[in-house]
Design a protein. Structure first.
Ligand code: HEM
Length: 547
């Protein structure tokens, strides 16, 4: 009995030990397993502060209600949300986020760049128009074009070609046009009102066509305006290419704004409505571009006969450097046109409008800088300024940069998420979602720019020594950031500074506010690829007294 009782007590004590040990073993096992397995971040769903989601329709009702004011609506939500982003979910159609958070932007455009291509959805929508050009390609196809184009854009010869093209356009077309408008104005024809946006768009189109394929479409020219004292700056017979290009661009953007994604495919298949018009506009643009490509190929093979302007443009450089099909060359050129066409004109339009409502000291400082550049280069008013003189204008650089902070020419820019991902603060991003950064909203976030972020204050970009201080491209996203950053940034500043310097030193630009002002005195915008003013920018110009 004694043996039985001792073995049963042994059994009891070992069961007790096991009972105590089991949880210890269990916990240890899991602790070791957790230590050995790579840590998986806890993710959270993207939310939108102040935006309710319908249980079945997601954000579709809110989207439809605010579609006409998407930029302002998304900006209000982003600025008001603690993490500066809005998540949206439209069942069966689109899911994604729009962000104004610099950490998100850096993650998407640089740190995890490979996971955020333009994506099949976007490239498919643009393919009819832009093919697989630099602007509309991903992966290897993008990389080789980017490498070639980067090499060309950093070359001295392209830089000086750009300066020459811009100088010719400003001195030979823009200034004569404004002189004629000012003279009409001064001699009792007070009704001479120019749409400055249209003038600048035509001028930018001439410039980018010359740079991209050495062709001058003469979109800005002093045409015979009739005998009523009016000034006409466009000869429509010459602007046909620009008109077709603009129509194709606007119609193709309509594909992105349609909440029912398949509808453009159905219309295209049936060849009706906007898709029918788009097909015609694209055919016109392609035929025009193709003629130039073929002519350039011929002149390249008979290179002795090629003149200087033909050798310096981007197309001639691609024709010379490698063997590409005519279609590939056409797509490359069209990508440059879309990139440089309305961006600088949009920036300048908003700049002249902002300047008109800023203290006179801003214009005075720009003029002082222009006069300083004239004195040091020995050039006279009306003559073009060279690259170095333009580069030395820090205040003007700051003023343009500040204007684009508030009115970025490309207000929204989308990428697509290739595989499930997590943003730096743990927010989940699903495969196939669109991730859009809003440069427009970012310019209005006090956490980035301070409490005076709504003010136009060029000084915020200058150090105590008056030298321009750049900001991180992940905070100032106007020219994009990371490996796909804008290639034409330097060219754009040359063009914009040249226009502003030459125009302001000779003219006072009076904005017709009663026509230009939208709600709260700010002109309304049209949401396209670029931020254009609805109805244009009506101005009157008068000659500035020389001092
Ligand atoms: C104020 C003027 C300009 C602004 C604000 C601007 C802004 C931008 C932005 C936001 C992008 C990224 C677009 C995207 O990939 O979705 C971009 C790309 C690009 N920009 Fe500009 N741009 C300007 C002028 C120009 C000019 C004058 C050119 C000259 C041709 C140019 C050439 C390009 C090119 C080639 C790309 C594509 C780069 C790539 O995908 O690798 N840009 N630009």
């Amino acid at each position: 009995m004694a043996t039985v009782s001792s073995s049963s007590s042994e059994l009891q004590s070992s069961s007790l030990t096991l009972l105590v040990l089991l949880p210890v073993i269990y916990i240890s096992y899991h602790l070791i397993k957790r230590a050995l397995t790579p840590t998986k971040k806890k993710t959270k769903k993207p939310t939108t502060h102040g935006l309710k989601s319908h249980p079945l329709l997601g954000h579709l009702p809110a989207f439809l209600k605010n579609r006409h004011r998407f930029l302002d609506w998304s900006t209000e939500l982003i600025v008001g949300s603690p993490d500066h982003r809005m998540g949206f979910w439209i069942p069966g159609m689109r899911t994604g986020i729009v962000t104004g958070n610099p950490a998100d932007v850096e993650h998407v455009l640089r740190a995890n760049f490979a996971n955020y291509p333009k994506g099949d959805r976007a490239t498919a929508m643009l393919r009819d128009f832009l093919g697989a050009g630099l602007f509309n390609s991903d992966g290897e196809q993008w990389l080789w074009q980017r490498k070639n184009a980067s090499r060309e854009f950093s070359s001295r010869s392209l830089r000086s070609f750009v300066v020459d093209v811009v100088s010719d356009e400003v001195a030979g077309r823009l200034l004569p046009l404004l002189r004629s408008a000012a003279d009409g104005y001064g001699h009792g024809h007070g009704r001479v009102v120019l749409d400055l946006q249209d003038v600048l768009e035509r001028s930018a189109f001439d410039t980018i066509c010359m740079v991209a394929f050495g062709h001058d479409p003469c979109c800005l020219c002093l045409a015979d305006g009739g005998g009523d004292g009016g000034v006409c700056w466009a000869d429509d017979s010459k602007s046909e290419f620009m008109r077709a290009f603009g129509e194709a661009q606007d119609l193709i953007i309509g594909r992105f704004l349609d909440p029912v994604e398949v509808s453009w495919k159905v219309k295209k298949w049936l060849n009706v409505g906007t898709e029918r018009r788009l097909k015609k506009a694209i055919a016109d643009v392609h035929a025009f571009a193709m003629d130039i490509v073929r002519a350039r190929r011929q002149s390249a093979s008979a290179s002795a006969s090629a003149d200087q302007s033909q050798r310096d443009d981007v197309l001639s450089r691609f024709v010379a450097s490698a063997e590409h099909s005519d279609e590939t060359l056409r797509d490359i050129v069209l990508s440059f046109l879309i990139a440089g066409r309305e961006t600088t004109s949009s920036a300048l339009t908003w700049f002249f409008w902002l300047l008109s409502s800023s203290p006179p000291a801003v214009t005075a400082r720009i003029l002082a800088e222009v006069r300083g550049a004239r004195a040091s280069t020995g050039t006279r008013r009306g003559q073009p300024l060279g690259f170095d003189a333009l580069r030395g204008m820090h205040y003007l650089h700051a003023a343009l940069t500040e204007s684009m902070r508030l009115y970025p020419p490309v207000p929204l820019d989308s990428q697509s998420c290739a595989e499930d991902d997590t943003l730096p603060d743990g927010t989940h991003v699903g495969k196939g979602w669109s991730v859009t950064y809003s440069a427009y909203a970012m310019g209005r976030i006090p956490a980035i720019w301070g409490d005076d972020c709504a003010e136009f204050r060029p000084e915020r970009w200058l150090g105590d020594d008056g030298v321009f201080r750049p900001e991180s491209p992940f905070r100032y996203t106007v020219f994009h950031a990371g490996p796909r950053m804008c290639l034409g940034k330097e060219m754009a500043y040359v063009q914009m500074k040249s226009v502003v310097a030459c125009v302001l030193e000779e003219f006072v630009v009076d904005v017709r506010k009663e026509v230009a002002g939208g709600s709260g005195g700010v002109p309304e915008h049209v949401l396209s690829v670029t931020l254009r003013m609805k109805g244009g920018l009506p101005v009157q110009v008068r000659r500035r007294e020389e001092c």
